[in-house]
Design a protein around this ligand. Sequence first.
Ligand code: VAH
Length: 314
Amino acid sequence: KILIIGASGQIGTELSLKLREIHGNERVIASDIREGKDELMNSGPFEVADATNAQQIGEIVEKHAISEVYLMAAMLSATAEKAPMKAWHLNMESLFNVLNLARDKKIAKIFWPSSIAVFGPTTPKEGTPQNTIMEPSTVYGISKQTGERWCEYFHRIYGVDVRSIRYPGIISYRTLPGGGTTDYAIEIFHEAVKNGSYTSFLSEDTSLPMMYMEDAIKATIDIMEAPSEKIKIRSAYNLSAMSFTPKELAEEIKKKLPEFKINYNPDFRQRIADSWPSSIDDSQAREDWGWNPDFDIEALTTAMLEGMKEQLQK
Ligand code: VAH
């Protein structure tokens, strides 16, 4: 059976629903420190647990005969800057709990998300390579870079089958954003539909790597279903679908909502965004396990506006 830790989060919610669709509701156990949306709670087993508590996670793994774990719990970039030690504790202890279960053969396979936040101000910004200098300047980025090193170590030393992706900004409409710097690209759609205008906390020309949620879920399931010998990178794969700036996204929205207005008031998150790449070279993921995104900025905008309207009618 499959366990998703952090199932109530932005990615965790959609990943849990998709995995239940594929494997059947009863075979996918959702877990989080807090209950999630109704469609998650009503579609299959849910266990309230603290991802940093090894005993609680171990008990769930034993109780449900879990063989695969998707560890989606983390504190994201903006929030982590406000609580560095809490973020480090959550992001790292949760990873050690799951890696140790695999080392002890209690589970067979792990998915753990890394992020483009592992790159820093000294990393080449355009077409950032899979292997390059990484001096992350945020707590979140430091935790993801360290986590990658531990995943690689546990694979090399204990043969743990852990797989990881450096997610770009992920855009979706089913859950509210969770404290990320890229979340302007989610908020903008809520504001565009609700009151026709948005004040961006990033400057108009801030280009960041992005991906629509459906592509992120597809990549996550594809890398987990790929034969182990195809996974040549056991730190984390670069991955991206597109890059855009707040100005470019606003232009795309105006094609559908001509009255939409945007203005810019950069805050502390601008410094975080400026430390990240503008675009990513994900050719190794395409070669090794067939990554290929479906959504570009136009398809993303259409899907988000339709999804927002669907949500508002609920
Ligand atoms: C964040 N959405 O903004 C996350 C992600 C690359 C961005 O790590 O922190």
